[in-house]
Design a protein around this ligand. Sequence first.
Ligand SMILES: Cc1cc2nc3c(=O)[nH]c(=O)nc-3n(C[C@H](O)[C@H](O)[C@H](O)COP(=O)(O)O)c2cc1C
Length: 171
Amino acid sequence: MMTEPLFDSGLFRRVCGQFPTGVTAVTAVAADGRLAALTVNSFTSVSLEPAKVLFCLANSSSSYAALTAAERIAIHILSRDQEDIARRFATSGLTGAQRLGGVGWTPGPGGVPLLKETPAILVGRRDEIITSGDHAIILVAVDHVHLKPTEVPALSFYQGRFTTPVVATAE
Ligand SMILES: Cc1cc2nc3c(=O)[nH]c(=O)nc-3n(C[C@H](O)[C@H](O)[C@H](O)COP(=O)(O)O)c2cc1C
């Protein structure tokens, strides 16, 4: 049942924007070889055993067809040094292949693009897709993880801006 909200969507966005998130770059390869690449902050872990994560994808996204048909998906947790990738992958008017053309990557399991110099990467099989409102919730069954120790903090998104979390240092 649809009910009229008592607020406008701009206020809804601003309230949700009070929640600081990390920033990920999602890449995928569809069965026909088409590549997808976009910036996503709706990422979260779901299950430890089996390992599953999810992200939400707008129905209007130009990556929708490729991602919902993708066999394999990689989720890159970006560092502060990778803000240029986050901006590039969020640029409308570029295809997945064009977005990836501007950054260094190598093919991972099943050909899924893996971005170089990324501290943490999760790779897996596209699992269930749950449609809800104007987004699809895409579950990924993770079967490979990569972790490179780094001193560089994660890239964050807060109040509509890229930012860096303050990391406490031991005295
Ligand atoms: C920080 C940030 C987080 C984003 N998170 C999401 C997200 O979780 N889901 C989504 O569908 N799009 C998200 N986007 C938007 C996409 O990255 C992309 O900008 C949008 O799909 C426009 O590309 P398109 O015109 O090719 O569809 C985010 C953008 C930014 C800058």
